[in-house]
Design a binder for this molecule. Structure first.
Ligand SMILES: [Zn+2]
Length: 207
């Protein structure tokens, strides 16, 4: 419970977010607020809050526990805390808070996601297709524009002459775009999966 209010939780959050990138296949530049959705794992903050709520629920029901007095009947003389847990004992509904966080985060292409707490279309796809799909959703992938920015290729341009961003590739490249664009690709139907597979085998996108 003390840990949930610690100012050092961000150090652990970096590792937890890194794990969500690994699980989902998101690249490092992907916005942190997006990571819980493709991995279908609540954010570290929400997981901590949920654990605290469960613990408080147990404490409320056990008045004979010494910790009950610590939380609900604090003595006047004690070490001060800037973030005492008893200032806010109301439980948080994790899914509601997750939806609220998602809507307020201004994540790229967030309008595609109706319910951030549910598994997104294509969740059961093979790793290669799934990772590529969520990179198109996130707008962050191994397209030439990014590779050029990272110093890994000599040109940011697609074969059509325009900068090869993830958005350009799926929505507007005359040579390779997906019919219906990202909105239809997001649904992960058979056509989308076939397109993802063809993109993965004919370019560097699967890396
Ligand atoms: Zn192009």
């Amino acid at each position: 419970m003390l840990w949930s209010r610690s100012s050092h939780t961000n150090l652990i959050d970096c590792q937890l977010n890194s794990t969500m990138r690994l699980v989902s296949g998101c690249l490092h530049p992907t916005q942190t607020q997006r990571l819980p959705v493709p991995s279908n794992i609540p954010s570290p903050n929400l997981r901590r809050q949920s654990a605290v709520d469960k613990m408080l629920c147990k404490i409320v029901n056990h008045q004979d526990w010494p910790v009950h007095t610590d939380v609900f009947s604090q003595a006047s003389q004690r070490l001060s805390s800037r973030h005492p847990i008893w200032l806010d004992l109301s439980p948080v509904d994790m899914n509601s808070q997750w939806k609220e966080d998602w809507q307020s985060a201004s994540v790229t292409n967030c309008a595609l996601v109706e319910d951030p707490t549910s598994r997104q279309p294509g969740f059961d796809l093979p790793r290669c297709s799934w990772a590529l799909l969520i990179r198109f959703r996130a707008g962050q992938g191994t397209c030439k524009a990014s590779m050029y920015k990272w110093g890994l290729t000599k040109s940011p341009l697609s074969s059509c002459g325009d900068p090869q961003t993830m958005d350009h590739t799926v929505n507007s490249c005359p040579l390779i775009k997906f019919e219906g664009g990202l909105t239809i690709l997001h649904e992960a139907e058979d056509d989308a999966v076939n397109w993802l597979n063809s993109v993965a085998t004919t370019s560097a996108f699967a890396k």
